[in-house]
Structure formats: structure tokens, C-alpha cells
Design a protein around this ligand. Structure first.
Ligand SMILES: Cc1ncc(COP(=O)(O)O)c(C=O)c1O
Length: 376
């Protein structure tokens, strides 16, 4: 029995995929965003489930993630959001991956490799419509397309952009981005480039901006069961997919006036029952949760007392009389009628659910379960 583990509920993942699909018209397909180990949920099993649900594309950040998907038998087209490095191009051509393109030297490199291989490389050109991060600036698009016109080894299958504030309630900046995106698509059309897949929407765009769905949408966080933010105008009915569990390693009684943990930041003010749990910041349980976090034991909330250390936390269980060593502890997810949410943990750490999932998912053995059906 591991000291701590993560359970991934594939039934919840399917439910969330259906929630996303329900919002889409017939001509829009889903790209399942499975980068960063599917936000800590396990890239390969999550990808297999999403493909079985109907995801027609997957998106990862780096080529090695696409390689792993291929090695593990996942066959749908994979979009590589950060593009390809020179040494990856040859092999990538044979793996049916679709690099995102935002540099003309990369375009030339992929073109040359494609010509050598006697094939065309499908690429998705990224345009910066207002995110200011990755992508060709709007005013450089015509020159980029002039150059692309000479590179017959490339097949511009897609045009991609990304929203900066789709998760905020004021959608005016998003509307500006959509307008820029449409004008870019018009430019491609005028050059005789018929793009099959235009895509700009993340989860927030999918939920709140139905007129920005185009041919592909790229949901990530909603598939894992969290709203992109609390400001959404049309939030979805989502089920959290990840549960983070551990068990009580030691239970002890302490007198009043005793310090707990590094720095002695907590001192018992009465006789106290303290449970030590083998989870720390190395397990993705942030040190910012020192004296702030809450866990569930026997369905009851127990506060973290003292500092989170590398591999342990301590919680006050004085109010749970029947508590016992080896009791299951839920640090994220449901136990009984209560739930610790990723958004709740994120608020305590001044971050977002995305980071909570990635950090917890990173170091853990994952148990894949199927709703009430148990382990898969
Ligand atoms: C380019 C791109 N598309 C889509 C997504 C998915 O976004 P979300 O998880 O908010 O749905 C991300 C996530 O960061 C991204 O970087």
C-alpha cells in the first residue's frame, strides 16, 4: 500500500468530455489538451479515454510527449504546441504529428525535411492575436505567408491562436481577438490557402464564446473537472477527475503548550490529538498550506497545524474521536459528504487549479478507476 496516491476517475473524465461536446455544433471537433501529463492526470490513459469519447486530435507541448503517445499506441493526430526542434523533424514527419509553426526558420527546416522525405508536412500556423506570448505578430503575417508560398513541402492544415482573458467576465478583449483571428483567416483565404482547421478556444472560449468555436476547440482544464475561473458566464456541470489520498502514519496525544513542526509556528493551546500524514511539498502539497490547509478524515475536516515539510504534514484531529492510525486521508477530492477542491487549495496558495493538479499529479502513483465501478 503506497503512503500516498492519486486516483483518476475515468467516468468523470467522460462526463466532462460530454459536457464539452454538448456545447459544440456539428462542424466543431475537440482537441483534447493532454500536455504536462494531462495536467497531472496521466497522459496515456487520459488520451486513450478521450479518443474513445470522440476527441479527434490531441495537443501536447513537446515532441517527446507525442512520441510517447505513439509508442503507447495512441493514433489520432497530435498537435505539438511548442513546435519542433531541428533534431526532431525527420522522425516527426513519420509520426503524423502537427507542429505549431511561428518561425520562418522552422518553416524552412520542416519544408526541407518534407521534400527529402517526398511528402508534405501538415502544420498549424500560430498567430498572436493579443496574447503576446507565442505566435506571429499580426503585422508580420503577410510577409510570413509570402515566404510560406515558396515552401511546397508544407501543408498549412491549421491556423491557431490563443485567448488571453477568455475566463474573465468582460469579453471585449476576446471579441477583439476573434476579430483579428477572422481577419487573419481572410488573409490566408485571399492567398489561396484554404485552412481546414482554425482554432482559438480553450475551455473558457468553448464555454463562453460559442461564436469562436471554428473547426476545432482545445479544452484542457474543463476535461479535468475544474471551471477555468469563477467569472465564467456559462459554467459547465463538471466532475473533478483527480483525488489525492494518503493515510494516517502516526496518531498521538499532545499536552497544551507543545510546538509542532519546523519553526514551531504552531503551539497547542489545549490537549490535542495530532495525526502525522506522509505527504509534503515534494508530493505537490504546497508549503503555502502550512497552518492553512484542510484535509478530510472520516468525512470530517481536519486543519493542517504547523509547517508543511518535504514529506509530512500534521493535522489536528482532536474533534474526530473515532480516528485511528492508517485511516484514509483525502487531501484533494471527496470523502463522505464533503470535498476539498483544487480551486480551494489554489486560493490558499494564490495560484490556480491548473498548478495544483500538475504539482500533485507529478510525483504520484496513479490508480485509474471508473466511477463507482472501481479500479480499471
Ligand atoms: C495553446 C493552448 N491551448 C489550449 C489550452 C487549454 O487551456 P484550458 O486548460 O484553459 O482549457 C492551453 C493551456 O494552457 C494552451 O496553452
Amino acid at each position: 500500500m503506497p503512503l500516498s496516491w492519486v486516483e483518476i476517475d475515468l467516468a468523470a473524465l467522460r462526463h466532462n468530455f460530454q459536457e464539452a461536446s454538448r456545447r459544440l455544433g456539428d462542424r466543431t471537433l475537440v482537441v483534447g489538451v493532454v500536455k504536462s501529463d494531462a495536467y497531472g492526470h496521466g497522459m496515456v490513459p487520459v488520451s486513450r479515454e478521450l479518443v474513445a469519447c470522440g476527441a479527434r486530435f490531441l495537443a501536447v507541448s513537446k515532441y517527446w510527449e507525442a512520441q510517447e503517445l505513439r509508442e503507447r499506441g495512441v493514433r489520432v493526430p497530435v498537435i505539438v504546441l511548442l513546435g519542433l526542434e531541428p533534431e526532431e523533424v525527420e522522425e516527426a514527419l513519420h509520426q503524423d504529428v502537427r507542429p505549431v509553426l511561428f518561425r520562418s526558420d522552422h518553416a524552412r527546416m520542416i519544408h526541407s525535411a518534407a521534400v527529402r522525405a517526398g511528402r508534405k508536412a501538415k502544420v498549424h500556423v500560430k498567430v498572436d492575436t493579443g496574447m503576446g506570448r507565442l505566435g506571429i505578430p499580426m503585422d508580420e503575417v503577410p510577409a510570413f505567408l509570402d515566404e510560406m508560398a515558396t515552401l511546397e513541402g508544407l501543408d498549412i492544415e491549421g491556423v491557431i491562436s490563443h485567448f488571453a482573458v477568455a475566463d474573465e467576465s468582460d469579453k471585449s478583449y476576446c471579441e477583439d481577438q476573434v476579430q483579428c483571428f477572422r481577419s487573419v483567416l481572410q488573409t490566408f483565404h485571399q492567398r489561396g490557402i484554404e485552412v481546414r482547421y482554425a482554432h482559438i478556444s480553450n475551455s473558457a472560449g468553448l464555454l463562453d464564446l460559442p461564436h469562436a468555436h471554428f473547426q476545432l476547440v482545445r479544452p484542457g482544464i474543463m476535461l479535468y473537472g475544474s471551471q477555468p475561473s469563477s467569472e465564467l458566464l456559462r459554467p459547465a456541470d463538471l466532475k473533478p477527475v483527480m483525488t489525492f489520498k494518503s493515510r494516517i502514519l502516526q496518531l498521538k496525544s499532545m499536552h497544551a503548550g507543545r510546538p509542532i513542526g519546523y519553526g514551531r509556528t504552531y503551539v497547542t493551546h489545549a490537549p490535542t490529538r495530532v495525526a502525522t500524514i506522509p505527504v509534503g511539498y515534494d508530493d505537490g502539497y504546497s508549503r503555502l498550506l502550512s497552518n492553512r490547509g484542510v484535509v478530510l478524515i472520516r468525512g470530517v475536516r481536519a486543519p493542517v497545524v504547523g509547517r508543511v515539510s518535504m514529506n509530512m504534514i500534521t493535522v489536528d484531529v482532536t474533534h474526530i474521536p473515532e480516528v485511528a492510525q492508517d485511516d484514509e486521508v483525502v487531501l484533494l477530492g471527496r470523502q463522505g459528504d464533503d470535498r476539498i477542491t483544487a480551486d480551494g487549495l489554489a486560493d490558499l496558495c494564490s495560484t490556480i487549479s491548473y498548478e495544483v493538479y500538475c504539482s500533485i499529479g507529478k510525483h504520484h502513483h496513479k490508480l485509474f478507476i471508473d466511477g463507482a465501478g472501481g479500479e480499471t
